[in-house]
Design a protein around this ligand. Sequence first.
Ligand code: PLP
Length: 409
Amino acid sequence: MALINDNFIKLPGSYLFSDIAKKVNAFKNEHPDKNLIRLGIGDVTRPIAQACIEAMHRATDELSHLASFHGYGPEQGYDFLIEAIIKNDFEPRGIKLSNHEVFINDGAKSDTGNIGDIFNKNNRIAVTDPVYPVYVDSNVMAGRAGILNKNGCWSDITYLPCTEENNFVPSLPSEQVDIIYLCYPNNPTGTTLTKAELKKWVDYAIANNSIIFFDAAYEAFIREEDVPHSIYEIEGARRCAIEFRSFSKTAGFTGVRCGYTIIPDEVTAKDCNGDDIQLNRLWLRRQCTKFNGTSYVTQRAAEAIYSEDGKEQVKANIDYYMENARIMREGLQKVGMKVYGGCNSPYLWLKTPVEYSSWQFFDKLLNDANVVGTPGVGFGPSGEGFLRLTAFGRRDDCIEAMHRIEKYI
Ligand code: PLP
């Protein structure tokens, strides 16, 4: 008799985005003439850099010739891309990595969701609240979360509230946690940690034999000096941190799919005998069994991000989104709204006026200004009273949205 993994039954449906879609569709049916501006989605709108497109064309041509055909590649990625990553993303920041410490993947969602495979079910997980839902749901699937309480929190997960009161900087947990998910620049709040703040987490992890999963998917949007791009800028992090990166928002690869994960040789965790086991070795074993590599064409496209033209074109796209973020932030502040993020990140975390909950304010923006955001409470209880807006839209839409909000709020 086949039995299912009952943990999947515990998972609530993905109500957030389906509830948003339902409300938006109902509004469109009632008001077919209204032009909705969607600033809720986390998908990019700018086309992929020309250098990457040209590299994809060249790679496709290579595959069409006997002499240059490529079939299965190395599961952990081609050296040409790994070397470009190390040379451009890490060496300029004084971080040394060996090729085998970099694992190319099909985007950060897969690896942030799958990394739990190599960890014991009994590890205690800590997440910031609000949080990117993949971290929580993947642990529910693995049986690490316990039961869902009425307040929307899982009984066996430690939540680290990120609120206005603590300036969105989570406090160290008061109980022992084994695995800590940190995402900076943060989705959804758009806020960051300084090097000194991140150092506290690295010190905690070393002192408690914990592992930090550091999601740096939005690293390319950092503008300020004291904000770490990589956790390995922090002393000691090679002993306790795994870092996830993504080309999705950086280079418009949300549909192409490519990212990478760093697991330094020094990161270890205990086996049941109390011996230290290298996580790099376990992850390689896991990937070689369950993953057959990112396509050659995609990896050639990712390599082109690091060409002179690629760097310029990718920077132009990021500058475009960050200019959107500036326009939105200033537009919202002009009408007296409190807004966080948007300085080192494409996300703006908008405080709802006191009389509105996240969902009430979502409804008001939808109905009065015809602008779609994402209710903050959908990312966790500490998101109540906030709305997330993204700067990934088209410039004229961002400007028009601010005019409408100014008029109606
Ligand atoms: N991590 C965070 C924090 C994200 O917001 C996202 C995407 O929205 C991802 C990871 C997934 O990125 P990818 O497209 O590389 O799978």
